[in-house]
Design a protein around this ligand. Sequence first.
Ligand SMILES: [Zn+2]
Length: 222
Amino acid sequence: MSHSDSSEDYLIFSDFDGTIAEVDVGYRVLSSFSITGNDDLEELWNTHKIGARECLKLEVERIKSTREKMLAYVDRFALDSEFVRFNQFVADKGRNVIVLSDGLDFYIQHLLNKHGLERLELHTNRAVFKADSLEVEFPYNDGCGNCGACKAERIRTIKSRESFHGKVVFVGDGYSDICAIPEADILFAKSDLQKYCLSENIPHTAFETFADIGAALFSDWK
Ligand SMILES: [Zn+2]
């Protein structure tokens, strides 16, 4: 792969929920189809009594629905209006955005496919559907032990797989992105992740849409 300007050789990782997707689709799916609601689990998670992986496992156990019904619900959610254009711009330079999520594969893949983004690499937790329930598997469980699919571990693994020596870019919006912070040479943050960066004095660039990221990274972005 040739890159005309090595200073712009980026490996770009992005969170999905609230980042590529406009809203936290995972949260909405899991709470909408839960038989009891998840407020108690959110509370346990917020107060660090359970980790993200355990929280997701318990949330998934409360779901009673089918894949079809859940995907019909998911169809209402939009992506960041600039993401498709951003990814195309990056792809024209020889790389695709790599999606890292601590959500579930089925709704992410569905929304990516719907926008012609099926070729994007997606690293996340796996939903296994039964008749009217589901289970979660954690194929990427070598990380910090708290996350379902730890973004730090994923970035390190993919970077070494690609023998990549350029700059790692990470884009995120929430607490599941915190593990990725030390792995990123360039960090774009919004929402809770931005608040966290501000409170911890972590260098970052605030953004609203992927057009802001394109403009910040590429001299020829238009
Ligand atoms: Zn982690």
